[in-house]
Structures are given as C-alpha cells and as structure tokens.
Design a binder for this molecule. Structure first.
Ligand code: AMP
Ligand code: ZN
Length: 459
C-alpha cells in the first residue's frame, strides 16, 4: 500500500517514495525559544511525530531534524525585558519545549540543530549566494535579491504583485527591490553578533533553516514540514536560498503543512492573547489526552480547541485503556495495524479515521468470544496506538490517573479498598457499603474481579 501525501508544492496528493529508502530525510521548522509553547505550537510537532512514526515503521530509519531557533530579535527583547543573559532565556525555553514534547508523547527528532551552532554554515551560504549573483551586501546587511530567482513564489502560488501587496515587506533604502529579504544584518554592541565579511552581525531567520538543512540532511530532502503560516514568506525564502546556493537542486521533494489551531474559531496566537500554554495544560490534563485531541482532526483542517474536546479525548482513552485492563491476562498478538487503519494513515495521515477504527477495535474486543480473537484484537489496538503514539502506558496507571491530573490520592483509595475488603470478609456489609460510598465520593469507580478489586478514576 503506498503512502499518499498532500504536497503543497504541487497542490495534490502524491504517492511518496524517498529518494534513498536507506535514508529518509525530514525537516520541520522548530520553535523560537523566547517563551512557552502554546497548544497551537504543539500541533506541528505532534502531527509530524505521527509521520515520523509511520515512516520509521515503513523504512526503518528516518533522519528527522527539528531545529531550535536560538537567535532572534524576540529572544533579544525577552532577555532585555527580564534583565537576563540571552543564553539563560534560550536554554530555559529549549528545555521546557523538550519537556512539553515528551509529555505529549513526541519522540525526539534524530537531530535538533541550534542556529547559533551553525553560524559558519550560514556565513558560507550567504557568501555562495553573493558569488552566484543572488544576493548583495548593502550597509552592513546582506539581502537576497528576489528578482534573481525566477521560480520565486512557486510554493505559495503568489506572483510578485500579490507578494508586495500582501506581505508587510519592509521598505529600506538599501533594498534594490521591495521584495528582497534579509540574510544577514548588523548587530549593535549590545546585541548578539558574529564576525563576518560584512562586519559584526547576525543571521536572518530564513537562512538559518536553509543552512541547517544543508548541513544536517543534505541539499535535497524528502519532506519539509511546518504550520501553513510558514508557507509564505518563510518556506518560499528557504527554497530561494537553498536552490540558488545548491546550483538549482530542489530543497524538498514534498512540502507538508498543518492547519491552524483556533479557540472560539479565532487563531490561537501570542499576539491575540488567547493562548493556552502546553506547560500549564499538562499539569491539569494528561499529555496523552492533549495529544489525542490534537490528532482528532485531519492535520490540514483547522482544529477548534475547547475544554470539551479534551474531556472527550480523556473519556475515549479511558474506554480504550479499560478494555486493555480488562484483558490484561491475555497476551497481545504480534500483529500489524489492521487494513482499515493502514488505509487511513496512508491516505495523507487521516488520523480521525484511524482513531474511529480504534473505537471499532475496542467494541470488537469487548464482545470477543475467544481468547485467540481477543489476543488478535488487542494486538491490533496496541499496534495502532504505537503509530499514533498513544495507548502505550500501563492501563492500570492510566485508569488511576496521577494525583496531579486527577486529584485522586492512590494510597488513600487503596487503604479504603483494603478496609472494605476486610469488612466484607468479616461479613460487615453495612461497613463495606459505607466504604464503597466513601470511595465513590472520591470520584473513583471500583470493580470486583476474580483476581481482586480494581479501581479507576470515574472519568
Ligand atoms: P511561532 O511561535 O508563531 O513562530 O510558531 C511556531 C510554530 O507553531 C510554527 O510552525 C507555526 O506554524 C506553528 N503555529 C503557531 N501558531 C499555531 C496555531 N494556532 N495552530 C497551529 N500551528 C501554529
Ligand atoms: Zn524553517
């Protein structure tokens, strides 16, 4: 079954095959580490984590780079406002980003290049662009000359007039053309800067990605991903820089873009102030439920975030984990994902359909007659969970919930259960009933099974 992906560059779904099946290459634009990631920022890493897992399952190894932008004017401003060194800001927020991603079940990429560790490569690329006549130095700046690249606008489908009208292109006296964009800019002594042939300065944002992709993955990669707000100008500029610096070699064969996360139908963004931080949310909701909610819409569609969406996600996971817990004496069969799940995910990562299939598997598992049937269905459920990055924890742990996210004190519940069992043994049913009510009042459901009393959060 081939993997079909929607390619922004060609505007259609195409069968994907890597240029070199022994080394599939993927790059996703990572965070600028000046502040906390909001839940919208988490959509690209979670969506592309599913693709990472799918490619790994199909090809074995994937060279997957997701960068850290650790030089940027927003970082400089944050350091100044907080009176801390720049590296204190970037180290702190890169660490928090990694922790947040771990909480959301995102596998680490195989490379996490930092822009500041690639200044040499950035300068070399800018020099190559000047040498080939695609860029020019002016007043301490170096600019990419957009009219020198005839294919500019191919990814976003914009022509020159649209771009100038639509984009907030900065007018500056040293620009030859209003669409020209910055590759290198001068730094005043109070700002981070590196010596270069154009004086002490720092890179523009777009060139960082081009240089890191070239260094870590090579001139042409299989897949480039990011949020759809990055198509223009960021990805258009990455293409211009890389193609011109690499003698016309395409930057990426497939371009994938996720849709935006909204809240009350409004784009979630720091500038609008309607943000929900991942770091806050994971304290009150299990990361796996957040992940489930993020994957509940197709990645190219908008996703409207709400409390209800996460509550539903948690309930669905409760149902899935309960089925696993109730069959814990049955060894899952080592089976691939069922046909219907493979078909959905191979059709441009249709996660909502794959997730609906999981609900069907659970229904079948709950009503399966034989242990052999249960073993197969359980195996299929776990295999599907592995590709989606869910359902991999101990069901009992999930169902009890951590004290952090559910407010249930496990030791207290277990002590009440032990007291209730002792009361039942002593045939003191009145006391046993009282203890059952006391347990229920904690928001806990108990179930007496052949192997003892089990408990879980009420949901
Ligand atoms: P920013 O911090 O705005 O540079 O965004 C970092 C990454 O998050 C980029 O890949 C954006 O495309 C993505 N992003 C930002 N806001 C959202 C959102 N509301 N929904 C989905 N992706 C977003
Ligand atoms: Zn980028």
């Amino acid at each position: 079954m081939s993997l079909i992906l929607y390619n922004t560059l060609t505007r259609r779904k195409e069968p994907f095959a890597p240029a070199d099946p022994a080394r599939v290459t993927m790059y996703v634009c990572g965070p600028t580490v000046y502040s906390y990631a909001h839940i919208g920022n988490a959509r690209p890493p979670v969506v592309f984590d599913v693709l990472h897992r799918l490619l790994k399952a199909r090809y074995g190894q994937v060279a997957y780079a997701r960068n850290i932008t650790d030089v940027d004017d927003k970082i400089n401003a944050a350091a100044k406002a907080q009176g801390t060194p720049i590296s204190a800001i970037t180290d702190k927020f890169a660490r928090i980003y990694r922790e947040d991603m771990t909480a959301l079940g995102v596998l680490p990429p195989t490379a996490e290049p930092h822009a500041t560790a690639h200044i040499r490569e950035i300068i070399a690329m800018v020099e190559a662009l000047i040498a080939s006549g695609h860029a020019y130095a002016a007043e301490g700046h170096v600019l990419f000359h957009v009219p020198a690249f005839a294919a500019y606008g191919a990814l976003s489908g914009r022509n020159m007039d649209d771009m100038i009208a639509g984009a907030r292109v900065e007018v500056a006296p040293y620009k030859k053309d209003p669409a020209d964009f910055v590759l290198w800019k001068p730094s005043s002594p109070d700002l981070p800067g590196w010596d270069s042939p154009w004086g002490r300065g720092r890179p523009g944002w777009h060139i960082e990605c081009s240089a890191m992709i070239g260094k870590v993955l090579g001139p042409t990669i299989d897949i480039h991903g990011g949020g759809n707000d990055l198509i223009f100008p960021h990805h258009e500029n990455e293409i211009a820089q890389s193609v011109c610096a690499h003698g016309g070699a395409p930057l990426a064969r497939f371009w994938l873009h996720n849709g935006f996360l909204t809240m009350d139908k409004e784009k979630m963004s720091k500038s609008l102030g309607n943000v929900l931080l991942v770091n806050e949310l994971v304290k009150i909701v299990p990361g796996e439920a957040i992940r489930w909610a993020l994957l509940s819409a197709h990645y190219r569609q908008p996703l409207d975030w709400s409390d209800d969406l996460v509550t539903q996600a948690k309930r669905t996971l409760d149902r899935l984990y309960l089925a696993l817990d109730q069959t814990k004496h049955i060894q899952a069969a080592q089976v691939p994902v069922p046909e219907a799940v493979a078909a959905a995910l191979n059709d441009d990562l249709n996660t909502p359909i794959a997730m609906a299939e999981m609900a069907n598997l659970v229904r079948a598992l709950n009503s399966a007659a034989t242990d052999a049937e249960k073993a197969k269905l359980k195996g299929e459920l776990l295999a599907t969970g592995a590709v989606l990055g869910v359902l991999q924890q101990d069901p009992a742990v999930w169902l009890k919930g951590s004290a952090d996210s559910s407010g249930v004190d496990a030791a207290h519940v277990e002590s009440l259960i032990a007291q209730r069992n002792a009361a039942r043994k002593a045939r003191d049913f009145k006391e046993a009933d009282r203890l059952r009510d006391a347990i229920a009042a904690l928001g806990v459901v108990i179930e007496d099974r052949a192997d003892g009393t089990h408990w879980r959060r009420a949901g």
